[in-house]
Design a protein around this ligand. Structure first.
Ligand code: GDP
Ligand code: ZN
Length: 314
């Protein structure tokens, strides 16, 4: 007998149990109703963090009886099974990539990969470079300027923060307010510290300073949604380093490098991959300094990766 039907949002998933927050703030544990019809057959998880669901109570047990349509979602691809896609989170307003110039240094390739996937899933990105207090030497200052010159003119919001000094934390809070934000980044960049600073009641575990290079320290790969007391929520993705490019077409890659868009119609060949083709407007823009060479270099790397993924897929 069904005693109630209420809408909620999935905040955590641990295999067969889902934590669901109801609209009144109450959290409960629910399973999936056995005969729920599922559309996405190529994904390894039917329900993701961020999903809006209908909860029914059946003899004291809560079940998810319906998954409401997703606005968007972002997937992680299993390295061993390219066709198996794991939905990390859904219904995302924006993605915040936490990066660092130093300790550890986030590579431009990693940033561009993140931007590519976010663009493909139509999720706006804000770049946050944390540990700005550590930027004192000329080399690091130059790197910081370069990042700003690459990403700001092409339309990405970019912010330099510090948990140590509190720099720009209020700006970040204002950007998070009333939105659902996915937070990504390599471990060690201070993602947990930032979250705790913004919302002290969360008390996420942080790493000791000595383990900056301790990759693989976070073993959990479950996303989790946390509500912010000032409005909005964040989806933390511990252990999830990158999002999948499986299923992308090589000719699509340039569409997700947003500064390339104006040049695409000007290439001689309409199936131009902007690699070795003659009369390529993208390459010309790179030569003229209108497209940053570092971005173009990331483009070529990602293009190769997508081509390879395509081969594995077929
Ligand atoms: P996470 O793996 O991204 O969640 O990183 P943590 O939050 O665990 O932080 C990793 C280390 O960086 C910890 O030792 C933090 O104290 C340190 N840390 C975090 N934010 C900052 C910052 O803004 N400046 C400095 N100097 N250290 C920071
Ligand atoms: Zn071209």
């Amino acid at each position: 007998m069904i005693e109630f039907n209420e809408e909620g949002v999935v905040t955590k998933s641990t295999g067969s149990w889902y934590t669901v927050a109801l609209q009144n703030g109450k959290k409960l544990q629910a399973r999936l109703r056995g005969n729920l019809r599922l559309d996405e057959r190529d994904t390894t998880n039917p329900v993701a963090v961020g999903d809006r669901v209908i909860i029914a109570e059946n003899e004291g047990d809560y079940v998810i009886s319906e998954i409401l349509p997703r606005k968007n979602y972002i997937v992680r691809q299993s390295p061993k099974h390219p066709k198996a896609r794991h939905i990390i989170a859904s219904n995302i307003d924006q993605a915040i990539l936490i990066a660092t110039i130093t300790m550890p240094r986030t590579s431009p390739g990693f940033i561009d990969r993140f931007l590519l996937t976010a663009e493909a899933y139509h999720i706006p990105v804000i770049l946050v470079f944390n540990k700005n207090d550590l930027i004192t030497g000329d080399h690091d200052k130059h790197l910081r300027d370069t990042y700003f010159q690459i990403y700001s003119p092409i339309g990405y919001k970019i912010l330099f923060t510090s948990v140590k000094t509190g720099e720009n934390i209020n700006t970040l809070k204002a950007l998070l307010k009333d939105k659902t934000s996915l937070l990504g980044g390599h471990s060690g960049v201070g993602k947990s510290s930032l979250i705790n600073f913004i919302e002290p009641s969360l008390q996420l575990k942080t790493q000791p300073v000595s383990s900056y290079t301790g990759k693989g320290l976070h073993t959990t790969t479950f996303a989790e949604m946390h509500f912010l007391s000032f409005g909005g929520c964040i989806i933390d993705t511990p252990g999830i380093k990158e999002f999948g490019v499986s299923g992308f077409l090589p000719e699509e890659v340039s569409h997700y490098f947003i500064e390339m868009l104006p040049y695409l119609p000007k290439c001689k060949f309409n199936n131009c991959l902007h690699d070795n083709e003659p009369d390529c407007a993208v390459k010309e823009a790179v030569n003229q300094g209108k497209i940053h060479s570092q971005r173009y270099s990331s483009y070529l790397t990602l293009l190769e990766e997508v081509k390879q993924a395509r081969k594995d897929w077929e």
